[in-house]
Design a protein around this ligand. Structure first.
Ligand code: TXA
Ligand code: MG
Length: 303
């Protein structure tokens, strides 16, 4: 594996793209200091250039290179949640290139909790700009096979770190405003963020709203319908015909989050016309799952 990591560093230093495992979803990574490489990310994903990228770092001790200042809220979150599924939005340091931030004066930073990618970051020394490794608007990848299905030869190397244990993206907290604001619910729950900050917090209400976020996203080809309980879900699936599928696990939200994207992809692989997803209550990981389901429902169906 260490040979493979050296190779990955080589590819990145030459401006290539490497798919990296993280605890949340797979990322499509480029050297964050290389404008041409970062531009390739947008080309490969088909992503609009004004949607900023998260910069992934080897540890909290690297933040000073990338942020011009660290508000107390960001420092506290970093201390408690990194490595882990949390991204802080802070003012950017001069080093951060426009291609990463879409010209904004802020940057999203996170230290991912995956041993392979942390090792890669330590060897690289710099930062990795990486969005989720899917085509723009589609379902995020949680296995190396998902990345290969979506991006194939468009990526120079796929590092296989196994299935992502969290399965939904990082929680994004804007620390440039007071009180800090949750822009996207994710793998660290809204309640955990509030407890760590131990102060007022502007919670995520309604769909996530980080820069460039759309109300329709994370969508499979199948039509996605939502149901509050298993009985209602079965009725909706039956109405949809013989190929209607029900997904979700309300008794185990960690499992639901971990498998959500794989279930949506599997529905498409089976050619299902309709997926009925169970809506968890808005607590714990339910915040992130609900957000993704609402967007999948808004964006799904024949295209
Ligand atoms: O878990 C994750 O966050 C994964 C893994 C790969 O780290 N990454 C991820 O990246 O979900 P992406 O690009 O799919 O979503 C990042 C979101 C985007 O909606 C982007 O607009 C927002 O973060 N974002 C990034 N930088 C921002 C900034 N400076 N201000 C506001 N929003 C920002
Ligand atoms: Mg994404």
């Amino acid at each position: 594996m260490s040979d493979q990591l050296d190779h990955a560093v080589d590819v990145l230093r030459r401006g290539g793209l490497v798919a990296i495992p993280t605890e949340t979803v797979y990322g499509l990574a480029a050297d964050a200091d290389n404008p041409a490489a970062v531009a390739r990310i947008f080309a490969v994903k088909g992503r609009p250039a004004d949607h900023p990228l998260i910069v992934h770092l080897a540890g909290a001790d690297r933040v000073a290179d990338w942020a011009s200042s660290l508000p107390p809220s960001a420092a506290t979150l970093a201390e408690h949640c990194w490595p882990g599924p949390l991204t802080v939005i802070v003012r950017r340091a001069p080093r951060v290139i426009d291609a990463v931030t879409g010209g904004r004066d802020t940057v999203g930073l996170r230290v991912p909790a995956h041993p392979l990618t942390l090792d890669l970051l330590a060897r690289l020394g710099g930062g990795l700009a990486a969005p989720s490794a899917n085509r723009f608007g589609a379902v995020s990848p949680t296995t190396a096979a998902h990345v290969a299905d979506d991006l194939g030869d468009a990526v120079d190397l796929i590092l296989d770190g196994g299935p992502c244990p969290v399965g939904v993206e990082s929680t994004i907290v804007d620390c440039t405003v007071e009180p800090p604001q949750i822009l996207r619910s994710g793998g660290i729950t809204d309640e955990q963020v509030a407890a760590v900050l131990d102060g007022p917090l502007d919670p995520a209400d309604g769909p996530s709203r980080a820069a460039g976020m759309l109300t329709a996203h994370y969508a499979p080809r199948a039509r996605v319908l939502l149901a509050d309980d298993p009985g209602g879900a079965r009725r909706l699936a039956a109405d949809a015909g013989s190929d209607g599928l029900v997904i979700g696990d309300l008794g185990n939200l960690a499992r639901y989050a971990r498998l959500l994207y794989a279930w949506l992809r599997a529905a498409d692989d089976r050619g299902a016309s309709t997926v009925v997803a169970l809506m968890p209550p808005p607590e714990g990981l339910g915040h992130a799952i609900r957000d993704r389901l609402l967007k999948a429902a808004a964006g799904s169906g024949p295209r």
